[in-house]
Design a binder for this molecule. Structure first.
Ligand code: PEP
Ligand code: MG
Length: 756
């Protein structure tokens, strides 16, 4: 036996299998012939098929080479032995010395002690493992990559045979924890806030590839080529469609479009066709293989790319098979809560955004493309809801509480009523805030407050006009960096920043330079070191000062975009004055370069720092001599002041920003800035909560930056607040020593008619 198993012999084996499958006999008999054919073709002494039965047990269903009496007797739990391990991890194994593998579980009834090497692959159907196909040899054989490929191709064909055969009753293969139709509350991960109610629409690719083995491989290749061309054309049209005109969600789609051109992906499909599969079967095989291989990878970026590839594979199948999950919009309910294992960005856009109310995913992460698109569409999303697809039926009533990362399936009347009321109240508040849009953010005692937006997507900037905010107080430039497949070059950054400035229409925009690193992973970043405390690690200005080319390119892009504009640049995570000086020097170099190249200067350039590391509190005089403005990043400042990880759910309520240490620190900043005439603002999350924002005004802030949906509520608070009186009250409170000032401030707001 040669080490390799060339494509032509895979093709021969597949056509043998096709004949067996089409032949006579019961499913069990045909399965017996299949294992014999595989063993003969791959020159293995053993070939066995194990199928998953109810109770997560893998049962030997057919074998060539092991003792026939073991069939239907030998059983392994999922995870038990090598077979159980292949099924549990949904990943192949090829071992020359299987018996010495730590997971080996000896089953004497099979007679397998004679066989030393083994190679096994999972049988997978619709993303679920349904069994294992394994071969064994007496010698310590080294199975080649090509042989493994062949076994995977065969496994795919076999999975279809098994599923179409009733070898295992369908009810047995359903997930075991079916929950009946009781109301259920499930928790997940926050991917986007908001509240929605509607009915479940289950997103499952519904393609059934019936013909697996090609009659005419050349014709299949032709069909594949045509379908790829069609798919590319359709994607281009989608990109041109009005819904996705601009912004980072367009970038996401463009990155996706690039994956659709990926030569590796396409050639793997072509190879699978050459090995004897039909074009649709080849797409499905590559889809299965990719999923299984990439599922082993921990890197979140690569795991997200599985989704893009899944999405593309389904799309390609749609072009090959002509129908499939094409959505008939007229059939969709009015209030769609979409439920999916995961989704690609384009798949989400296949659903009519007017009907889409919420999204529930079994997988998904905050940086996933689909989450970014969902945020742009302003729908609540809860991710990582374990097993939701198995627990929900199509058209079940569902409530998605994105704010609390929970979903209610088939909610009882009481629960539903609470949410209907709160959805209605939200709608009402929205209407009231919309009416405030054109009124000034001014307190009744005459203090003008500047309300700014935090933004990271171009769509956030588009909220400027509708929110009535005064400008962008924080533009988080890392978000566009995070959604791209590669580091954006100067020109594409400049184009984006230009769009942001255009969209802002003359209102100020504060661009914060890259705050990447730590947990904000850039996909193309080759940092292999795991950090124990990423928030306190190599991130933001630390990273960009160590890799100055990146910062210089970003500054260059900002200068190009800001030519003739009011340009504001802010450096994140400054911990000492020297860091600000170093960043400023880079900016000065870029300014000279820009001028030498004939670039127009900004009409006004202001350079500031974020105050989010407590060490800066003790360098205020030196810092204030250098900066044009300061912005307090209260999210980080708070976590560092209390040494309390902002992402740790156990610590969320442990300390309160409305407490004497925080408010005293903030007052010190404001007083110092006022003395030196340096404008100061705050751009952390607390600025978006009315009671917290009230306290901020009380300690002296006059500019606050917040997420777009918060502006209405904060403006309502401002317009109902007598600030002079509050300032006096807060001064006294800050001298107390309580754990939290929240109850007192809430009572104050109530007593004084402040809208919080
Ligand atoms: C902050 O730390 O408060 C802040 C605004 O920055 P980010 O949340 O992006 O770290
Ligand atoms: Mg920060």
């Amino acid at each position: 036996m040669s080490a390799a198993h060339p494509i032509s012999s895979t093709r021969r084996l597949l056509s043998r299998l096709r004949d067996v499958m089409a032949g006579s006999g019961t499913a069990q008999e045909r399965l017996g012939k299949v294992v014999a054919a595989i063993a003969a073709d791959l020159v293995t002494e053993v070939c066995s098929v194990y199928l998953l039965r109810a109770g997560e047990v893998l049962e030997l269903f057919a074998t060539q080479g092991l003792k026939p009496s073991a069939v239907h007797k030998t059983r392994l739990r999922l995870g038990e032995g090598l077979i159980g391990e292949i099924a549990a991890h949904a990943s192949p194994l090829a071992l020359s010395d299987a018996q010495n593998h730590p997971s080996f579980a000896f089953r004497p009834e099979t007679g397998e002690e004679a066989f030393h090497s083994m190679m096994g692959v999972p049988l997978v159907r619709e993303g679920r493992v349904i069994g294992v196909l394994a071969v064994q040899n007496r010698t310590k054989r080294q199975y080649s990559e090509e042989e493994l490929e062949t076994l995977e191709t065969v496994a795919m064909v076999l999975s279809e045979l098994v599923c179409g055969s009733e070898l295992v009753g369908r009810e047995e293969t359903l997930p075991v924890d079916g929950i009946g139709l009781l109301p259920l509350r499930l928790e997940g991960t926050f991917l986007n806030g908001g509240l929605a109610q509607g009915v479940a629409v289950l997103h499952r690719p519904r393609f059934v590839v019936r013909q697996l083995v090609a009659e005419e491989p050349d014709k299949e290749l032709e069909d594949l080529g045509a379908a790829i061309k069609d798919m590319h054309g359709a994607l281009d049209r989608m990109l041109e469609s009005t819904l996705v005109t601009s912004g980072e969600h367009r970038d996401v789609l463009e990155a996706y479009r690039m994956i659709a051109e990926d030569a590796g992906w396409l050639s793997r499909i072509e190879d699978a066709v050459r090995s004897g599969l039909t074009a649709p079967a080849a797409v499905q095989k590559v889809q299965n293989d990719t999923r299984l291989r990439m599922n082993q990878i921990a890197d979140p970026y690569f795991r997200e790319r599985i989704q893009d590839l899944d999405d593309l594979a389904n799309r390609l199948l749609q072009h090959l098979l002509g129908d499939g999950p094409g959505l008939d919009v007229s059939e969709l309910p009015e209030n769609v809560i979409l439920v999916a294992r995961n989704l690609g960005p384009a798949e989400l856009l296949d659903y009519d955004p007017k009907r889409l109310r919420g999204l529930i995913l079994e997988e998904g992460s905050p940086s996933s493309h689909v989450a970014i698109i969902a945020r742009a569409l302003d729908i609540p999303v809860v991710g990582r809801v374990a097993g939701v697809l198995a627990k929900i039926e199509s058209l079940d009533p569902v409530i998605v509480d994105g704010d609390n990362a929970q979903v209610f399936l088939r909610p009882g009347e009481d629960v539903a009523q609470v949410f209907y009321d709160s959805i209605a109240a939200r709608e009402q508040r929205r209407a009231i805030f919309a009416r405030l849009r054109d009124l000034p953010a001014e307190t009744p005692d005459g203090h003008a407050i500047s309300l700014m937006l935090n933004a990271g997507l171009l769509v956030d900037v588009q909220h400027l006009a509708e929110s009535g905010a005064d400008g962008i107080g924080l533009y988080r430039t890392e978000i566009p960096f995070m959604v791209r497949a590669e580091l954006p070059d100067v020109e594409s950054q400049a184009t984006l920043y230009r769009k942001v400035l255009d969209e802002a229409g003359g209102r100020p925009v504060v661009f914060r330079t890259l705050d990447a690193g730590g947990d904000k992973v850039l996909p193309y970043w080759n940092s292999t070191e795991e950090e124990e405390n990423p928030a306190m690690g190599w991130r933001a200005i630390r990273l960009t000062l160590d890799r100055p080319a990146i910062l210089r390119q970003q500054l260059r892009a900002l200068l190009l975009a800001g030519a003739g504009h009011d340009l504001r640049i802010m450096f994140p995570m400054i911990a000492e004055v020297a860091e600000f000086d170093a960043a400023r020097r880079l900016l000065d170099r870029e300014l000279s370069r820009h001028a030498a190249a004939g670039g127009a200067p900004p009409s006004d350039l202001r350079v500031g720092a974020m105050l989010e590391v407590p060490s800066l509190l003790f360098q205020m005089p030196a810092l204030l001599k250098r900066v044009d403005f300061l912005s307090v990043g209260s999210n980080d400042l708070f976590q560092f002041l209390f040494a309390s990880d902002r992402g740790n759910p156990r610590l969320i309520d442990r300390y309160d920003p409305l407490s004497p240490p925080v408010l005293n620190a903030l007052r010190t900043v404001v007083v110092n800035c006022a003395e030196k005439g340096v404008p100061v603002s705050l751009c952390g999350e607390m600025g978006g909560h009315p009671l917290d924002a009230m306290a901020l005004l009380g300690v002296g802030f006059r500019t606050i930056s917040m997420s777009p949906p918060a502006v209405g509520a904060i403006k309502a608070m401002v317009r109902s607040l007598d600030l002079g009186e509050l300032e006096h009250y807060i001064r006294g409170l800050c001298e107390t020593d309580g754990h939290t000032l929240r109850p007192k401030l809430r009572a104050y707001a109530k007593d004084h008619g402040v809208a919080i």
